[in-house]
Design a protein around this ligand. Structure first.
Ligand SMILES: C[S@@+](CC[C@H](N)C(=O)[O-])C[C@H]1O[C@@H](n2cnc3c(N)ncnc32)[C@H](O)[C@@H]1O
Length: 373
């Protein structure tokens, strides 16, 4: 009983979970989870092999070899986890999903960056703290926070309509939609028709009353990352003090492009769907990815959000006929998605004071947060 009280008190205070530096704490979690990878004598040669496959855009060669996975996580998860942590912290609409109960479906998330980054943000989204603040609504700090949330929400929605109109005209994507007929040629954006989508699912997810602050993170991937994710989950739980009543982790293995019934059922129950540094890989197969996007958007419950982040460079180019677009343009023009936040190019720069066994990568990326209407 005494232990329980102590744990609750600690969880209420992110400073006590993270110490002085949340960023360094997050890196320590990744380092501890990936310790076995760092001990591999072949670490550097494997990393070089992974990099050369990336250079050739041969993603299957990167991920379909189980020996690459621990090395990939150790190298790429730390800066991504930090980036996703800050991304969530910056956007109240994302933080709201972390109060629970909620389900976050993370497509292509086997490497663990989402698990670590989102879990770290969860520490700040402590619902117990919020409940206390509501009681003290008249205090200066509480009021300031409420104002800040409103200000940020307004900022999130500005500038979306004008931009949308212009690009729509340029791309001729007014009727942008993805045919749900697998045999139809949907490789061109103009063939994509929202009007032909399956009826929009307006599922209301029934929340469990027992675990009302529980957040379920579903890590979807076409590779079995369990040798990496299982130890990582254990470290996350112990270093971020997230028990099963607060954090539930599930994995879903399968090629997302196969559009299984199971996947669409997951989508229909999700409050947030993430595509973090995976969409441009998927667009190697344009036709199937356009179909995937249409099916996912159609299956999303009304009010659910979608978060997409990926390279802001040419890796995210989508060639359609003679023209080249950025992959987010496809999503921007779907009529059933409202753009809640957009940034075409932003940097996440790792503070130089942080320590990690490898050089940390700064990330230039685009961000989109959409809401299903
Ligand atoms: C570039 S990594 C990004 C990993 C992670 N989202 C992150 O931000 O660190 C792409 C991930 O997507 C997965 N992936 C690639 N193609 C996929 C597909 N067709 N279906 C499901 N997962 C896929 C890979 O196994 C890998 O984990």
């Amino acid at each position: 009983m005494e232990d329980k009280k102590k744990a609750a008190a600690i969880v209420n205070d992110p400073r006590k979970v993270f110490g002085r530096s949340p960023d360094q704490h997050i890196l320590n979690v990744v380092r501890e989870s990936c310790q076995e990878a760092f001990n591999l004598p072949s670490f550097n040669t494997t990393l070089q092999t992974i990099k050369s496959h990336f250079f050739d855009r041969n993603y299957d060669a990167v991920f379909q070899n189980p020996e690459h996975l621990p090395v990939y996580s150790a190298r790429y998860a730390p800066s991504r986890a930090l980036c996703y942590y800050h991304l969530f912290m910056e956007h109240p609409v994302l933080m709201k999903t972390l109060e629970g109960p909620s389900t976050i479906l993370c497509i292509g998330s086997g490497a663990g960056s989402e698990l670590v980054g989102i879990s770290a943000a969860m520490v700040h989204a402590n619902p117990v703290i919020k409940a206390k603040k509501v009681k003290k609504a008249s205090t200066k700090a509480g009021k300031g926070e409420a104002e800040e949330m409103t200000k940020d929400d307004t900022k999130d929605t500005k500038d979306t309509n004008g931009a949308e109109e212009n690009t729509t005209a340029t791309l001729g994507m007014e009727n942008l939609a993805v045919s749900t007929e697998p045999n139809q040629d949907s490789a061109s954006p103009t063939a994509v028709s929202e009007t032909t989508q399956a009826p929009t699912t307006k599922t209301k997810v029934k929340k469990s009353k027992v675990n009302k602050h529980q957040v379920t993170i579903v890590m979807q991937d076409y590779v079995d990352w369990s040798p990496i994710l299982e130890p990582m989950e254990a470290v996350v739980r112990s270093r971020m003090l997230l028990g099963p009543e607060r954090l539930q982790c599930e994995t879903e293995i399968g090629n997302v492009l196969d559009l299984s019934e199971g996947l669409l059922e997951r989508v229909a129950k999700a409050d947030l769907i993430t595509f973090m540094f995976v969409l441009n890989e998927l667009f190697q197969d344009k036709k199937r990815t356009m179909l995937l996007v249409a099916k996912i958007v159609a299956a999303m419950p009304s009010g659910a959000h979608m978060l997409v982040a990926d390279s802001a460079g040419s890796f995210s180019n989508l060639k359609v006929g003679e023209r080249t677009y950025m992959v987010y343009m496809l999503l921007d023009h779907l009529k059933s998605l409202e753009i809640v936040y957009q940034d075409d190019a932003t940097w996440y720069r790792c503070p130089p004071s942080l320590t990690y066994p490898l050089k940390l990568e700064n990330m230039r990326h685009f961000v989109r947060i959409y809401k299903k209407l």
